[in-house]
Write a protein that binds this ligand. Structure first.
Ligand SMILES: [Zn+2]
Length: 240
């Protein structure tokens, strides 16, 4: 099922929601009931989810605009509950360009996190422990802190060398200096799968249920990337 909903075109790039994106609504209802949030708390929590996805969109525009600088078009930016994906028209053959494009996304989150960190320091925030109680989200300082942490997590999480995440792309590009692209993709994707199985096991033992979901996503995406790399190889073979 490939149904998407367009939410506008920015910088000439359409932004679309994958149909599974609407599972986010179930998540909001689940959190709201399990933490017994009141109306305004639900509003603040929903706003924070929106801000998280806005940060993800900015991250994806980091990739897309850097790709444009490298003369690569982006078909669209696709959002799912697990994250975003800037769908580039092609994978750059030059590993240096791929590293540049892969790092541009996390760089955006690093910039947002740094700006918010400075703002929090100016506001004399002295407690940098992450929010563990959604009812405190109404405090403007806690709210800013949460956006700061969301961007910090997006930055760190994306640099994990688990293909197809950005860290995995950097790894693939580094490997591509030494081997052909398909082999580099298979190697990086398989490493991603190993890490995903690790996340899965750790998630079950630590009861961090978001980890198994992420692992399943990595496992699915890893296979998709391998297939794409193989298809691209066949295509380039035909073209020759
Ligand atoms: Zn990214």
């Amino acid at each position: 099922m490939n149904t998407t909903l367009s939410i506008g075109t920015y910088f000439g790039i359409p932004v679309k929601l994958h149909w599974t994106f609407f599972f986010i609504l179930f998540l909001i209802v689940f959190i709201a009931t399990s933490y017994q949030l009141n109306g305004s708390e639900i509003l603040m929590f929903s706003t924070s989810v929106l801000i998280l996805f806005f940060s993800v969109v900015l991250h994806e525009f980091g990739h897309a605009l850097m790709a444009r600088k490298c003369n690569i078009k982006t078909h669209d930016i696709l959002l799912s509950p697990i994250g975003g994906l800037a769908r580039l028209e092609r994978i750059p053959k030059n590993p240096k360009l791929e590293i540049k494009i892969a790092l541009a996304g996390p760089f955006v989150n690093a910039v947002i996190a740094s700006i918010l960190f400075m703002v929090l320091l100016i506001l004399k925030c002295d407690d940098f422990t992450p929010l563990d109680d959604f009812s405190r989200i109404q405090d403007p300082m806690e709210f800013l802190k949460m956006i700061f942490f969301l961007n910090l997590v997006l930055f760190i999480f994306n640099l994990i060398p688990a293909f197809p995440m950005d860290g995995g792309r950097v790894l693939r590009a580094v490997l591509a200096f030494k081997m052909d692209y398909t082999r580099a993709t298979i190697f990086a994707a398989n490493l991603g799968k190993v890490l995903a199985v690790g996340f899965l096991i750790y998630g079950f033992f630590s009861k961090l249920m978001s980890l198994p979901v992420i692992s399943i996503f990595i496992l699915m995406m890893a296979d998709k990337e391998i297939k794409m790399a193989k298809d691209a190889k066949i295509k380039s073979g035909i073209n020759k």
